[in-house]
Design a protein around this ligand. Sequence first.
Ligand SMILES: Nc1ncnc2c1ncn2[C@@H]1O[C@H](COP(=O)(O)OP(=O)(O)O)[C@@H](O)[C@H]1O
Ligand SMILES: [Mg+2]
Length: 444
Amino acid sequence: MPNFTRCFPLLADSVKDAVLLLDREGGVLSANRAAEELLGIDRRAPASRRLGEFVDAEPDRMAAILKQWARSNKSTASRLRLRAASGTVSDFQCEGHAILPLPGAERLIFVSCRRTELAGVRFVALGAQVARLEREVRSRRAAEARAVQLNEQLEVRVAERTAELRAANLELEHTVAHLQAAQSELTVQETMASLGRLVAGIAHEVNTPIGVGLLSASHLRDRVLAFQKTYRSGRVHRKDIESFMGSADEASAILLTNIKRASDLIRSFKQVAVDQSSGSWRRYSLHEYIEETLLSLKPQLRGSGHKLEVSVDEGVEIFGNPGVLYQVVSNLVMNSVVHAFDGDRQGTIGVRGWQSDDRVSVEVCDDGGGIREEHLERLFEPFFTTKRGRGGTGLGLHLVHNLVSQQLGGEIRCHSEVGRGTTFEISFPSRIDSREPMRSSLDA
Ligand SMILES: Nc1ncnc2c1ncn2[C@@H]1O[C@H](COP(=O)(O)OP(=O)(O)O)[C@@H](O)[C@H]1O
Ligand SMILES: [Mg+2]
């Protein structure tokens, strides 16, 4: 019998219900694990406990139930309220019957307790709730994990983008630096181009008086030789002397005029060239300077066949760097030559200059094709040209704009309408303070 009592827990442990082995008075002989957990019975000393301790029932009713279980080996169910070790009291369906472990031994009671339907339903409801909570916790965890992952991805993406942007920025900086270098090089080229025009102008203009001078010098020499011959023959007549003197007078006058003309031209060109390269400040006459500038452009103007109308007030004096004015006027006039007239059409280019109060105005206009409205606002942008690939750099007006605003301290405006010609008007103070810092033409 004691063996059975000892074996009992081993056999009953696999059962989920709380199972107890009682003596006829309800004393606990043995308990399975479920009963131990539910009721808090110490399996090593179960004998000290009684079923009555755990049952919330009248002692009489308990005694009657025990008696009924002990009487029959057929299971009888009773609904009992059991107090769990945790203190909670719930309804249990307790089924008990008598067992006789060995013939002749004392009867024992086998009781198996299961939560009633009601408790089961509550338990199921609770279980469902727990399951739902668990699900919720799981989905929240998943969402959290997703968020963390997204965050990481986002960080990676942001880092990637930042790196990309930084690289693009760097490239852009390089490009800008490159462009600036190219721009300043081209600006220098543009300046060189006008110097080139200047040299061509000198060569061309000086050519004429020198040519004429040469002609009359050689004519004079011929006359001198002829006269010498006559003189040596000893047959000199009065009319020979008079004719020779007339020719000599004429030839020397022509010679003088032309050499003086050449000398004047060279002097003025030299001045323009020195102004170009030295950037020195001096007092100069607007009239004379524009005349000299246009003189240097004559070869191109003559080649184009356009008419040039110049009207510059005499007596307008400017204190400043005349090389700047040369650049400005020659660029504007050459733009009219190059851009204003299509094909063979010959037009008129006008240059005017005047002073009002202490401001000087210079206007370069043409009656050419004009400039389209969408081009007008881009005119002074560096590299804006409608003659790309055909000699245009798009730096001429950019240079002009910078020279006018930064070196002359003035403004430039352009009025133009398609089909109605173009006018560039610049206005600047007649005295420019040379102490003003000279900024690079690329600063704009
Ligand atoms: N007098 C003008 N008539 C018509 N278009 C002009 C005139 N002056 C300038 N332009 C326009 O302005 C553009 C820019 O001129 P510019 O900066 O000097 O560059 P580029 O002469 O190298 O083309 C020209 O390409 C042309 O389209
Ligand atoms: Mg130009």
